[in-house]
Design a protein around this ligand. Structure first.
Ligand code: SF4
Ligand code: SF4
Length: 375
């Protein structure tokens, strides 16, 4: 195996400050076993992590969760991150974002808020999150705009809302969005449990892209729209996280440091905790962060593939979840020996009456039940 190349510093520090969340999204990206990682770093621990991240060279800091607003020290953390010179991002469902907290975040210097919606209708938004939050999100969007932040919205797209995409874009425009991310669901964690119900058909996807392109042209002078095509349909692996241990350093609520927010599931890897090691040691020297850096770890067909520098073999978590082998080519790649598993999932989305099973909502009880079953 070739020695991994010496990485540059991380650009992004992602502070997942809590796994707690009042919502129950069916596509939630938090690990299915989140309820078994309930401990949270203290304020002082996070302040040290922020300092170490900045010393290491990170310039962007994202506060996410769970719902980060459930931490009542968030204003302190944002203020310190800003003082240290990070560009600060709050990634939120909007639940808990009161006028007073917005004012406090403004005073703390918060640069950017990304607000998520589940749909453009109250009915689907509230159904998918299993909460009555649609009206609140609309109100929060206006409050964010009134304080002069750019309106940045994110909507996860899937079979149950993809038909509404034009209406979703209209709603974003009405709320004054300057940037809208239409991110097709990525099938990990809770979205993988619900893949059958969430995967759009090819025709749905094609129609949604066409509608999005029309709106992109119409709103070109005031809104940037990003439509993220699902890698299953593209048949092309993504350069996951822009490369393992290359750009992003995630710290989970309990202090475990990860190259991506789902990497903890990979077998045979242990990831350090910020309580035991400095971020510098974690980033440069920990076996977990070095394991899949570069291309030296690859086996065939990736090892001799002409695309290996472009996609770095795709996603290790997807390789593990679908092919059962974290070192395998990402199965969305047509060269993967397990590619037929992705084709089967796509074929299932084409069958009329697909997706009849009940959805599984993200929920601490469901998480505990699955942990107990070893699922
Ligand atoms: S995806 Fe939904 S349930 Fe998961 S953390 Fe975000 S808002 Fe909460
Ligand atoms: S074989 Fe590996 S490197 Fe080549 S395109 Fe597929 S996933 Fe990427």
């Amino acid at each position: 195996m070739n020695a991994p190349r010496q990485p540059g510093p991380p650009m992004w520090l992602l502070a997942e400050v809590t796994y707690r969340c009042p919502l129950h999204c069916v596509f939630c990206y938090n690990p299915v076993d989140f309820a078994s990682h309930e401990q949270e770093l203290s304020t002082d621990d996070w302040l040290r992590v922020l300092r170490e991240g900045r010393e290491l060279g990170a310039v962007q800091c994202g506060f996410s969760g769970g719902e980060p607003l459930l931490r009542d020290d968030l204003e302190i953390l944002v203020g310190e991150a800003r003082r240290l010179g990070y560009y600060t991002n709050l990634i939120t469902s909007g639940v808990g974002l009161t006028e007073a907290r917005l004012d406090a975040f403004k005073a703390a210097g918060l640069d950017h808020i990304q607000l998520s919606f589940q749909d453009s209708t109250r009915e689907i938004n509230d159904f998918l999150s299993h909460t009555r939050t649609f009206d609140l999100k609309q109100k929060v969007a206006r409050m964010i705009r009134e304080r002069g932040w750019p309106m940045v919205m994110n909507v996860v797209i899937h079979r149950l809302n993809i038909g509404q995409i034009g209406r979703i874009i209209e709603m974003a425009d009405e709320l004054g969005a300057e940037y809208l991310e239409l991110a097709n669901a990525q099938y990990y964690s809770w979205a993988l449990l619900n893949r059958e119900q969430l995967m759009p058909s090819r025709e749905q996807l094609r129609a949604a892209e066409a509608v999005t392109n029309e709106w992109k042209a119409k709103l070109a002078d005031r809104m940037r729209i990003l439509f993220v095509v699902p890698d299953y349909h593209e048949g092309k692996p993504k350069k996951c996280m822009n490369g393992w241990g290359n750009v992003f350093l995630t710290v989970t609520p309990d202090g475990t440091a990860l190259p991506c927010h789902t990497a903890r599931m990979l077998p045979g890897l242990s990831f350090p905790n910020v309580a035991d090691s400095s971020l510098r040691d974690i980033w440069y020297d920990s076996p977990g962060f070095n394991r899949y850096r570069g291309t030296g770890w690859m086996k065939q067909p990736c090892r001799d593939c002409e695309h290996k520098e472009e996609d770095l073999g795709g996603c290790r978590c997807q390789a593990y979840l679908i092919a059962g082998d974290a070192e395998a080519a990402d199965p969305v790649c047509p060269k993967s020996p397990k590619h037929e598993r992705v084709l089967d999932a796509l074929a299932a989305a084409e069958r009329p009456g697909a997706a009849q099973r009940p959805l599984i909502f993200r929920d601490p009880q469901e998480s505990r039940r699955r942990c107990a079953e070893g699922a």
